[in-house]
Design a protein around this ligand. Sequence first.
Ligand SMILES: CC(C)(COP(=O)(O)OP(=O)(O)OC[C@H]1O[C@@H](n2cnc3c(N)ncnc32)[C@H](O)[C@@H]1OP(=O)(O)O)[C@@H](O)C(=O)NCCC(=O)NCCS
Length: 234
Amino acid sequence: MHRSLDGKAIEPATERDVAAIISVLTANRHDGGLFQEPKSEVQSNVGDFLVARDLSRRVVACTALHRHTATCAEILGVAVLPELQGQGIGMRLVRECEQIAKAERIEQLWLATIKPTYFARLGYEKFSRWELPTRVLLRKLRQVFQQPLSRWLPALFGCHTFMKRRLGVTPHATLLKVVVGCFVSMYTDRLRQQRLAIPKQANEGSSKMRCRADHSGSRWSGLRAEPNAARPCG
Ligand SMILES: CC(C)(COP(=O)(O)OP(=O)(O)OC[C@H]1O[C@@H](n2cnc3c(N)ncnc32)[C@H](O)[C@@H]1OP(=O)(O)O)[C@@H](O)C(=O)NCCC(=O)NCCS
């Protein structure tokens, strides 16, 4: 649980928060970009939800982190009571989702929004919805049809911007990768040099033997050294 200076706490939602989550979503029902989740849907996915509470433990904001696969999850239903918007609560909810996702080794978060500027400021960038697996797109489509009829067309025909953020690569991880990469390439270079050196020595050795054989006048003297072996003997 995280508590900020102004006393707001962000916590995982429990069964008892279902009604309060619905209230926060309903309070923002005029916002065309926010999907209104049916109560049954919130109830069955309550484990996905986070809630922000004020000092009196009232739920003032919510969001959900839905895991699609072990490495990819969706942030949805980010909503703050209208009278408390603009105080950083929405941002804290998104950051909390990111922390949870990182701890679970989720590599990528995505969301669909009609407020791309807001999420761009939080580090999200646009991507094509067609990059999503069919199963995930179908789930989204089902959510669209759970909305009031007036929202179907905007949701289906491109009013939402799909945005994603990669979480896997932290600056530390990148640095570690570079250092390990350097060591590996130094080691492989050394191995390659050693491998090249062995046949050269062997070659030099055999050419010496052939030269000696040539000068010895033995019955092997007729053997001509190969061009490579015809260098002056040292
Ligand atoms: C969108 C929402 C979640 C943001 O939460 P919030 O707590 O009000 O916002 P924050 O306090 O975290 O961020 C405020 C900053 O974002 C900016 N911001 C707010 N809405 C914005 C928008 N639509 N586009 C760009 N910037 C926006 C504010 O100007 C403010 O900037 P500042 O810090 O420079 O003053 C909240 O306004 C909300 O619940 N809206 C209705 C529901 C909704 O649309 N949800 C998103 C569904 S995807």
